[in-house]
Design a protein around this ligand. Structure first.
Ligand code: ADP
Length: 152
């Protein structure tokens, strides 16, 4: 059976931090599915189409990366697509506490599921999408924080 991991998130926008987690996971799995969560209640900065096309472009040279959008629970997506691993990045202890509860709840809902964590690389640890959005809103340059192929 193929080892498939899903990397769920909003990717609003994708950052070099997300990119790094996906690239580092490639040797561990046969396939990594970047799954952009669609939440009708949440107001996003970049429209879904732009995020989807942008993230696809970032990984276009990696055939084992697939980029999709999904609605609803990540465990339901895993059930539907026969995915056994959720991939997440850990930056800080705050990430750990947040991820611990989600990971344990997901495991409760779908026991065959494992959440796999990769530690953020030190230089990417301070990076998050919300800071990137703030810099963009204020006319700053985010080229050091966002993959080149994600055209802003
Ligand atoms: P969301 O808010 O939609 O979950 P995030 O960007 O916060 O989106 O998180 C998606 C995943 O990416 C999480 O596992 C998060 O820990 C990880 N991640 C985000 N930024 C980084 C980074 N700089 N380094 C490593 N992992 C990261």
């Amino acid at each position: 059976m193929k080892k498939i991991a899903v990397f769920p998130g909003s990717f609003d926008p994708i950052t070099r931090g997300h990119e790094s987690i996906v690239l580092r996971a490639l040797p561990l799995f046969d396939k990594v599915i970047v799954a952009i969560g669609v939440n009708a209640e949440k107001k996003n900065f970049f429209p879904l189409e732009k995020r989807l096309n942008g993230v696809r472009r970032v990984f276009e040279e990696h055939p084992s990366v697939e980029v999709i959008t999904y609605e609803g629970l990540t465990v339901d997506l895993c059930r539907k697509m026969d995915i056994r691993y959720i991939l997440r990045g850990l930056r800080t202890s705050a990430d750990f506490e947040f991820e611990r509860s989600i990971g344990q709840m997901n495991k409760k809902m779908l026991p065959e599921l494992e959440t796999v964590f990769l530690l953020a690389t030190p230089e990417l640890t301070p990076l998050n999408s919300s800071v990137v959005r703030d810099i963009i809103r204020n006319g700053g340059n985010v080229s050091a924080f966002v993959p080149e192929k994600f055209v802003l």
